[in-house]
Design a binder for this molecule. Sequence first.
Ligand SMILES: [Mg+2]
Length: 264
Amino acid sequence: MPLPPRPRGFIFDLDGTLYRGERAIPGAAEFLVELEKRALPYVFATNRANRTPEEVAAQLRSMGIACRSEQILTSALATAEALRPGRACIIGQPALIDALARNGIEATPGKPDYVIVGFDETLTYRKLATACRWLLSGARYIATNPDNTFNTADGVAPENGAVIAAIHAATGRMPEVIGKPEAPLFRSARRLLNRLHPGLNADFDALCMVGDNLDTDILGAKRLGICTILMMTGIARGPDAAADRRADIVAEDYAGLTQRLFSC
Ligand SMILES: [Mg+2]
């Protein structure tokens, strides 16, 4: 789809789009200031489920990127928003467990309505075995995000997709996924923008997704009719992609994006 004549809101990916490692991508902080000047609202949407919005906001601020924790949407928050209250067997850290509890989804050692699987650095064999047991007895299966790996200072490390694969090997079941590229995270991002900016009332076709990943940011946003901006600052090695992953705008850097969006 073409760029909306007047984009009314932006959704930003984090890793590879606003920062890499410990450092902000050059021009990212200034681009957000430009959006503020133009009264264009934005939120940040991350597939990572094991950090609270406050932790993510503090990380961004430490890199010089101004933000408020209310602007941060994690897949943990989107998962809590997408599900009705109930009882859950949860693989996840406190950021996920607390977000779910605030929306009436309580962790239970007994028979659960849901098995909810999110990135968990404290994963144990016992947690895995318990989740598999409840899945084999018919619990609804939800995953916060499908990412197989993420980058650490020591190299590539397993993310939630690797645990989903382990559970699949044991049970044959695959989850309903909340995070990018699936729709629930984008729906939550749109709701968050509209909630933070009363009167905005933006539909998907008035929004832009800014991300570096063709398989999650771009694919997922395109499916919903969101304008897509691919930043060549992270994982993407080239803009060439199948039609369902072809971004509306490809920007080498934020100077290029600023010119493309605001020069006329
Ligand atoms: Mg990214």
